[in-house]
Design a binder for this molecule. Structure first.
Ligand SMILES: CCCCCCCCCCCCCCCC(=O)OC[C@@H](O)COP(=O)(O)O
Length: 310
């Protein structure tokens, strides 16, 4: 009994001493004098691209796109474009929505659009990737008429809406990133949201072969002038009262159908759409090498001489 009381008081004394040692008696500030105040970082520095749509910039871009980009692209790859007649059904600005697996995709879309439409087309580009340095931002804005968008969620900027209202077509890659293996990935909601919000049609585009021609990690197309297919589809318009969540799957289905059409025929792809048996364009559930192997099957270039009559 006596010993436990002694032990108790000894323990208590030690505890009190320990607390006293840690006690801030003088109440001096705990922050070192060298510390600097914490400033909350600014949201994102928005790079202005309005200048890229002034008449002077448009004139420079025309020279760059027609004189350089188009020639270099067609020298390095063989773009095979189909479905351009679908664009005749437009009578105002549209969202041009394509699958994305290569840096070639933007030049391919721009260089296959009819000139009049190309001149009036802007491209939504990842802010973190294309707008990370001033020179990359300036170059992509002047050549491709890009404007920055945040791809990791967040608030959708007002730029695409303003551009559509100003009569610009806007290219969007709803996957948000280049496909790692050439197969189509999940589409995000942004494009559907813009179409619904601004009542503009979506032109679906299926691009096949750009992964094989210049996958992620390559800075220049592979040698051999590979054929790359760009297939435009009929405009899709959100139905009366339809919301983005309902409209979004129709956009990805349309791009999938175009890719299916590219690997089969128009007739077969149409029949599969009608019967709801369009194959998924997300590729086989297999090892990476097999997925890449299947997605990079060479595209047969169309016969150079098309004959209507045998
Ligand atoms: C033969 C010609 C070769 C020309 C190379 C052209 C360089 C392409 C510049 C395209 C500028 C616009 C691209 C907008 C689309 C976009 O922003 O997609 C994101 C990805 O891309 C990059 O992110 P990630 O795939 O995640 O690395």
């Amino acid at each position: 009994m006596g010993t436990s009381l002694v032990k108790f008081s000894r323990d208590t004394a030690r505890d009190v001493k320990q607390v006293a040692r840690g006690w801030r008696w003088g109440r001096r500030p705990q922050v070192p004098r060298s510390a600097e105040p914490y400033v909350i970082p600014k949201e994102t520095s928005v790079f202005p691209t309005r200048w890229a749509r002034t008449p002077a910039a448009i004139a420079v871009r025309e020279v760059l796109q027609k004189g350089a980009l188009n020639s270099v692209l067609r020298w390095e790859v063989n773009p095979q474009v189909s479905g351009l007649d679908s664009l005749l059904k437009l009578n105002g600005p549209a969202l041009i929505v394509a699958n994305h697996s290569s840096h070639l995709d933007t030049p391919l879309v721009l260089c296959t659009l009819p000139d009049g439409m190309r001149r009036k087309t802007a491209v939504a580009a990842a802010a973190d990737y294309f707008f990370d340095t001033w020179w990359r931002a300036t170059a992509s804005a002047i050549v491709f008429n890009t404007f920055p968008i945040e791809r990791r969620g967040g608030k959708l900027s007002s730029t695409p809406g303003d551009l559509l209202a100003d009569g610009w077509n806007v290219v969007v890659f709803p996957e948000g990133t280049r496909s790692p293996d050439g197969w189509m990935e999940r589409f995000r909601m942004g494009a559907a949201y813009l179409a619904v919000e601004h009542g503009v049609p979506v032109i679906p585009v299926g691009i096949k072969g750009s992964f094989a021609a210049m996958p992620r990690g390559r800075g220049w197309p592979v040698p051999g002038r590979p054929t790359v297919a760009v297939r435009y589809g009929d405009p899709l318009m959100p139905a009366e009262g339809e919301n983005a969540r309902e409209f979004a799957p129709k956009i990805s289905a349309a791009v999938s159908a175009l890719l299916d059409e590219e690997s089969t025929t128009w007739w077969e792809a149409r029949r599969r759409v009608a019967s709801g048996t369009s194959p998924s364009q997300s590729g086989p559930d297999a090892a990476r090498w097999r997925r890449v192997w299947e997605s990079t099957a060479p595209i047969k270039p169309a016969a150079s001489k098309r004959r209507a009559w045998k």
